[in-house]
Design a protein around this ligand. Structure first.
Ligand code: FES
Length: 164
């Protein structure tokens, strides 16, 4: 185990882990919700998390790795405390998503999709395929919540609100 986690599940998450696993007829079915919790808690999934989770759920680290690398919501690199996705699919692209992406990159000083977080660890930006809010394009997903009709001029305010 790495320095970040000595036991698995980490002591402060153990009760929540056990509660989630108890909801499913098979332990392995809890894999994605548990990965989501680890991603939220540590802003990334480490090899130690994958090994620990594999043992905890009775599967292999390779199986966990397969799930982690399949879904873009999981990351090996530490994301910011606030992670933003800007939709880059057609409706959003045509209605100004490239300008919104540029505005976030300029404001935060990180490249979208680079996996980098701002030096203070507060923000990271990614692009995403359709977020299912095409009628309000361009759309941004901020900490799991979708916002539509975003313009580059709104970026300063969004970052300011999240920094509070
Ligand atoms: S194309 Fe952006 S939300 Fe659907």
């Amino acid at each position: 185990m790495g320095a970040e986690i000595q036991t698995f599940p980490p002591e402060h998450l153990k009760e929540r882990f056990d509660r989630i696993v108890a909801r499913y007829p098979k332990r392995l079915a809890a894999l994605i919700p548990l990965l989501m919790m680890l991603q939220r808690e540590y802003q990334h999934i480490t090899p130690e998390h994958m090994e620990g989770l594999a043992t905890y759920l009775g599967t292999t680290p390779a199986h966990v790795l397969g799930v982690v690398t399949f879904y873009t919501m999981f990351s090996h690199r530490k994301r910011g405390k606030h992670h933003l996705y800007v939709c880059k699919t057609l409706s959003c692209h045509l209605r100004g998503a490239p300008g919104v992406i540029r505005a976030f990159e300029e404001k935060l000083g990180v490249k979208a999709g680079s996996g980098e977080a701002t030096p203070d660890g507060e923000f990271s930006v990614d692009t995403a395929e359709c977020l299912g809010l095409c009628e309000q394009a361009p759309c941004v997903l901020v900490d799991g919540q979708r916002f539509g009709n975003i313009t580059p001029e709104m970026v300063d305010q969004i970052v300011k609100e999240l920094s509070r």
